[in-house]
Every structure is written in structure tokens, then in C-alpha cells.
Design a protein around this ligand. Sequence first.
Ligand SMILES: Cc1cc2nc3c(=O)[nH]c(=O)nc-3n(C[C@H](O)[C@H](O)[C@H](O)COP(=O)(O)O)c2cc1C
Length: 172
Amino acid sequence: MSVGIYFATTTGKTEDIAERLHGMLSGVESPKDLADVDDVSELESFDGIICGIPTWNTGADSERSGTAWDSLLDEIAGLSLSGKKVAIYGLGDSSTYTENFCDAMEELHSYFKKAGATMVGYVDKSGYTFDESKSTVGDKFCGLPLDEDSESDMTDERLTKWVGQLKSEMSI
Ligand SMILES: Cc1cc2nc3c(=O)[nH]c(=O)nc-3n(C[C@H](O)[C@H](O)[C@H](O)COP(=O)(O)O)c2cc1C
């Protein structure tokens, strides 16, 4: 199982989490900043992909992350990812942006689904305090939301739990 970690960031927090995830998973390639990727079709070379995305464009219907992901969404939808597992984590602020908590995760999730990927890494929303998020599906988030602005003390525990989940769901 070859697994890649891809992230985009504005102030570095999503990159920091990518590095922490890399340190917690063995046999996974070093994280790559999407802004440095020339040809997004390289994502097809992996059996599994972990994607990190922050939310910056509050309340936007599209291009919610304000990062390199936004301009690549259509290309991602055109990839051939059937049989591949994709897990998403998102960075946001559940206190200041409680009506739009980690909204960008859902956008990325929907484009990877269009590419035929099997989406994994869903997380129960009961462990979070927020008003609204576009990234919820029933009782779950469509990935792992992290909040380094207001709840950084919970990040270690959330990451540890998610890594355990990914090891089983992605066979890492
Ligand atoms: C202007 C601005 C808008 C933001 N909008 C949102 C938002 O809509 N939803 C959210 O959950 N977080 C929002 N955030 C919080 C960021 O997503 C958060 O700080 C994140 O950790 C940044 O990740 P990065 O350092 O990788 O860019 C916003 C922050 C700023 C400064």
C-alpha cells in the first residue's frame, strides 16, 4: 500500500499537521505541498492519499480553501482514482468561524468522489462544538476536522485516534 500526503496552507498549520501525521505513520512518503506539484496526475500513482486543507473563504460555495487546492478541483475530478482510498483532514476554527467550521473539507471530498475514490477517515461530530459545517454527513464529518486556533490541546488525541482508524481503513 503506497500512501502519499498532500496539503496546501496559508499560515502553515495544515503543513504542520501533515508532518505530524507523517511521523505517526510508517512507510508513508514525505508530505508534499500542492503548490509545488506540477502535474496533479501524480496522485494516481498511490494506493491511498491523505489530503490536508484549511478553510479561509468563509461562507463561500466554491473555492473555500483559498489555497492551491481551489484551482485544481476540476483536474482532481478528472483523475482515475477508482479502487484508491482517500482521507481528508481539515484545519479550521470552531470558535470564531462556528457557522462554517472546516467547510473546505466537503468540497475536496466531493471532487475526489467524482474521481471514483473510496472516501475513508470519517469522524463522529459529537466530539466537536460548532454551529454549522458543510462538511458533515449525518452524524459524521467527511474527514478529520482539526482546530489549532481554539482547541489545539485536543489535536494530539484526535490525531492518534484518526491514525488508528486510517491504519485499519487504508491498510497502512
Ligand atoms: C480571514 C480568515 C477566515 C477564516 N475562515 C474560516 C472558516 O470559514 N472556517 C473555519 O473553520 N476556519 C476559518 N479560518 C481559520 C483557519 O482555517 C485556521 O486558522 C487554519 O488553521 C489555517 O490553516 P493554514 O495555516 O494551514 O492556512 C479563517 C481564518 C481567517 C484568518
